[in-house]
Design a protein around this ligand. Structure first.
Ligand code: PEP
Ligand code: MG
Length: 398
């Protein structure tokens, strides 16, 4: 089937910032995709244009050339990459390109009459595929509960504190558990007399001047904690600045070693700034056997960086954010490369999210180890959890 029409228009994301949604038609079929945006971005991410520019590019540059093309995301991604013609997608905008790319994939799945996760699964990036195991895996929830860093005006030193729930076999149970834990945490913070604000990803935020305090609180409620440090956000002039104190890379490593010894931390994302390769190597050497060291700003869903950082043993897991790279094709290549190397993927939202639940289908479709979809408090995050539960029901039907 061919694309019969396509257009983009403006919507607001969870921060109230403007972004775009793309709608694409093929005969009686239609699909929509909207694009999130990050605040703590890696410098190697593909370039997003303003919503106005991206919308103009979709409607005036791409759409006229898209109509009449076969609904095939891989062919259309190639066409978009050629039309853009830049390394970083700055001509059309990675946000314009991604909206189109996801919309085509969704349309293709609809035409094939398959749920999106199942269609993605048929593309063959799953970890279980190689082992001949065709069972469906559900991602573990890396669920934000406390926000700090640039996502909450530095009220806590690290950007995200998460509970990790689930074991890959189901999802509705872990989501229920998360709801209970999140409520308990809210009550606990209030009882402790904390002035609570809400962070960008819907997690609680409170003022603290003690690195260990959030871990003390969280570890009383749950025994699997994850961190997104977003190390680049407090890296200035070769030093890491926390609570007005400066730390060398080695000193920050010692902080992590102590935290890991003292608290049930199972995963640390971006412990260092994106160019502090030595920091990553050191933390892998010291803690990589027991903790996931996850690349985000370090790797930016880019196969070149993923290859380098895996080869040089800087990470043992990769965060996957489709809008860091800009097409579904390249996102799947990044996932495939990570899985082939035997490492884990965690599919992630952005801090500025939309109601699009694509990442839920992506996570199940590729058999990702985890999903980072935010706190169980904002509509834009809930749509991902709700979709995971819906997929669990769909799997039951298959
Ligand atoms: C992150 O850093 O993992 C994140 C989700 O935040 P942002 O979207 O601001 O990069
Ligand atoms: Mg991150």
């Amino acid at each position: 089937m061919e694309v019969t029409s396509c257009h983009a228009y403006k919507i607001n994301d969870s921060r109230g910032d403007e972004t775009l949604e793309v709608e694409m038609f093929a005969g009686e079929f239609s699909a929509k995709a909207s694009v999130p945006s990050g605040k703590s971005t890696g410098s190697r991410e593909a370039v997003a244009l303003s919503a106005d520019e991206a919308i103009k590019n979709v409607n005036e540059v791409v759409a006229p050339q898209l109509v009449g093309r076969e609904v095939n995301f891989s062919e259309i991604d190639k066409f978009l990459l050629e039309l853009d013609g830049t390394e970083n997608k700055s001509e059309l905008g990675a946000n314009a390109i991604l909206g189109l790319s996801i919309a085509v994939l969704k349309l293709e799945a609809k035409i094939e009459g398959q749920p999106l996760w199942q269609y993605i699964q048929s593309l063959g990036c799953s970890t279980s595929k190689d082992s001949g195991d065709n069972s469906i895996r559900f991602p573990r929830l890396f669920a934000n509960v406390l926000n700090g860093g640039t996502h909450a005006d530095f009220r806590l030193p690290f950007q995200e504190y998460m509970f990790v729930l689930g074991n890959g076999l189901n999802v509705a149970g872990p989501v229920e558990q998360l709801k209970v834990l999140f409520e308990q945490l809210g009550k606990k913070l209030k009882k402790n007399g904390k002035e609570i604000k809400m962070g960008d990803e819907g997690g609680f935020s409170f003022k603290s001047d003690n690195i260990e305090e959030p871990f003390d609180i969280l570890s009383e409620l749950h025994n699997k904690l994850a961190l997104d440090v977003a190390g680049g956000e407090f890296f200035e002039n070769g030093k890491y600045r926390i609570f007005d104190k400066e730390y060398s890379s080695g000193e920050l490593l010692e902080i992590y070693e102590n935290l890991v010894k003292k608290f049930p931390i199972v995963s640390i994302e971006d412990p260092f700034s994106e160019n502090d390769f030595n920091g990553f190597k050191q933390v892998m050497e010291k803690t990589g056997e027991i903790v996931l060291i996850v690349g985000d700003d370090l790797t930016t869903t880019n196969v070149k960086m993923i290859e380098k950082t895996i080869e040089e043993k800087m990470i043992n897991a990769v965060l996957i954010k489709p809008n860091q790279i800009g097409t579904v094709t390249e996102t799947l290549e990044a996932i495939q490369m990570t899985h082939k190397a035997g490492l884990k993927t965690i599919i992630s939202h952005r801090s500025g999210e939309t109601e699009d639940s694509f990442i839920a289908d992506l996570a199940v479709g590729v058999g990702a180890y985890g999903i980072k979809a935010g706190a169980i408090s904002q509509l834009e995050r809930m749509t991902k959890y709700d979709r995971l539960i819906e997929i669990e029901k769909e799997v039951g039907k298959c």
